[in-house]
Design a protein around this ligand. Structure first.
Ligand code: NAD
Length: 512
């Protein structure tokens, strides 16, 4: 089996054959059960991990509480300096970490490196932001009074992440949470535990070099039971959850019940409208990359193409041709376009979705199937496929985390927008058109109802500078750029009276 330098990268990142899954920012320890991480690329056991047990959990929370009191007193620009150093370390480890992401999760090496680049970018963004956590000042209606608002840290932020972005989502949250003066506890997906251990190893170097207390950055590699504890724990001020709508729905209500804060980044069902005025060359590239990139396992993957009737046949034929050229294989091999699904469970869900689609009347113009034989020993490689469907099919309304692309025909743009919006999810959307009227209608309040709406760009891939997230069953949360930092802080309005009188607001008299 070709190694692609993975052994060396594992060593550089401090991954051993046997690992422990709990860290408060120093040495790893663990008292829970042992899990194994297999690569979906070649089916090889990469390493074993002893997960966090109940007693580890309490230690981590208590240490984080203590650290929070200390960390919040460090001036924000000094916290920014720590994040700057993290960005620097990530530059040094970019190749190794990108390779591990690719090997453990199964996305292409280029996408793995791209994910680490996102981590570096959010660090840079957060450093600048650490000098700009500003509130408004406003004029008081009372003489001799000053009024302003300020933002304070909220305490412990727990970050629960999905398998498909095993490192970037942690960085999006952590870089912002820290400059805001919070401490973080990360519960990564149990499907990508080694990525988390590698990130924490990098982090430990930064924490040590800055003499920071334990508890500023913790990790609990564990299953959903520890995740559930974080959700229910009153000591956790905010739960930033990235994952399925099914789990997110529960997280949302449980955190709300205890009046905690949450950020929810849940499933998508993203569409590109290809208009009669689209540049079809661009549309095909955008659609194919959006549908098959990360083997259809991005929250922003393109799942539906809504195509104008006048270009429908041409687009369909060109897609069929493009799919015929896709090379499916080891994601570390740069000649491949499509890697594996995360595990055999995901393969089963892909097959079930194809069956369901056929039962509902879907017509496959590119057939799917599971690949076997040489280079496909892991059993996780599937063929990207395309079906002609109705938007109302139950399976089309549902997010299947696999490379299945649905084609839908439309006549008027109003109809296309209605189809695009007629799903429970609201993450990413796009229109391919060179017609200004169409583009503006799509972006208007009568247009896309998603958190992300693009023109002449596909649905997948977003820059860290913008707020990232979606509406409806995608959860309504926002992460990353713009003014998202405000989610990670509590807001306080302050009024100061510098006179010797006590005038009441709204002119109320209260004479004693
Ligand atoms: P998942 O919901 O199965 O798991 C996500 C995380 O939740 C994991 O860490 C898991 O251990 C944890 N978890 C499971 N049950 C829990 C519980 N009861 N309490 C607390 N935590 C619990 O999702 P997945 O399969 O890892 O990821 C795929 C999903 O994530 C897709 O739906 C995808 O669209 C979504 N996603 C969304 C975004 C976004 O930004 N909107 C980004 C990436 C992934």
């Amino acid at each position: 089996v070709k190694d692609f330098g993975i052994e060396k990268s594992l060593k550089n990142l401090g991954i051993k054959d046997e690992n422990k899954g709990t860290s408060k920012g120093g040495q790893f320890f663990a008292s829970g059960k042992t899990i194994e991480s297999y690569s979906p690329s070649d089916g090889r056991l990469i390493a074993r991990i002893k997960t966090s047990g109940e007693s580890d959990y309490d230690q981590v929370i208590e240490t984080a509480q203590k650290a929070s009191k200390e960390f919040r007193m460090i001036p924000a620009p000094k916290r920014g300096e720590i994040v700057r150093q993290l960005g620097q370390k990530l530059r040094e480890y970019k190749d190794d970490l990108g390779k591990l992401v690719s090997y453990e999760m199964g996305k292409s090496l280029q996408e793995g490196l791209g994910e680490v680049q996102e981590m570096i970018d959010i660090c840079d963004f957060a450093v600048g932001l650490s000098r700009q956590l500003h509130g408004y000042t406003m004029h008081s209606e009372r003489p001799g009074h000053r009024m302003y608002e300020q933002y304070h840290p909220i305490g412990i932020v727990s970050v629960i992440t999905a398998f498909n972005f095993p490192v970037a989502v942690w960085a999006w949250n952590t870089a912002l949470a820290w400059i805001c003066g919070n401490v973080t506890i990360w519960k990564p997906s149990e499907k990508t535990p080694l990525c988390a251990i590698a990130c924490q190893n990098i982090m430990i170097e930064v924490l040590k070099e800055n003499n920071l207390p334990e508890g500023v950055s913790s990790v609990l590699v564990a299953d959903h039971e520890i995740g559930q504890k974080l959700v229910d724990d009153k000591r956790i001020a905010m739960v930033s959850f990235t994952g399925s709508t099914r789990v997110g729905r529960m997280v949302s209500s449980k955190v709300a019940e205890r009046f905690g804060k949450s950020i929810l980044e849940l499933g998508g069902n993203n569409a590109i409208i290809i208009s009669k005025d689209a540049d079809l060359d661009m549309s095909i590239i955008g659609a194919v990359f959006g549908a098959v990139g990360t083997a259809g396992q991005r929250c922003t993957s393109t799942r539906r193409l809504i195509i104008h009737e006048s270009v429908y046949e041409e687009v369909k034929n060109r897609l069929v041709k493009a799919y015929g050229q896709l090379k499916i294989g080891n994601p570390l091999d740069e000649n491949m376009h499509v890697g594996p699904l995360i595990d055999v469970d995901a393969v089963n869900q892909y097959q079930a979705a194809i069956e369901k689609c056929k039962k509902e009347g879907g017509k496959f113009v590119v057939e799917g199937g599971v690949l076997s034989g040489e280079n496909y020993e892991s059993g996780c490689y599937v063929k990207p496929c395309i079906a002609e469907v109705e938007n109302s099919f139950e399976i089309v309304q549902h997010e299947t985390f696999a490379p299945i692309l649905y084609l839908i025909k439309y006549t008027t743009l109003e109809e296309a927008i209605a189809i695009q919006n007629d799903v429970p999810q609201g993450l990413s959307s796009a229109i391919m058109t060179q017609n200004l009227r169409e583009a503006e209608l799509f972006l208007s309040q009568a247009g896309s109802d998603c958190g992300i709406a693009n023109v002449n760009i596909g649905t997948s891939g977003a820059e860290i500078g913008g707020a990232f997230g979606g509406e409806k069953e995608t959860g309504g949360g926002r992460e990353s750029g713009s003014d998202v930092w405000k989610y990670y802080m509590r807001r306080q309005t302050n009024t100061i009276n510098y006179t010797a009188q006590l005038p009441l607001a709204q002119g109320i008299k209260f004479d004693l």
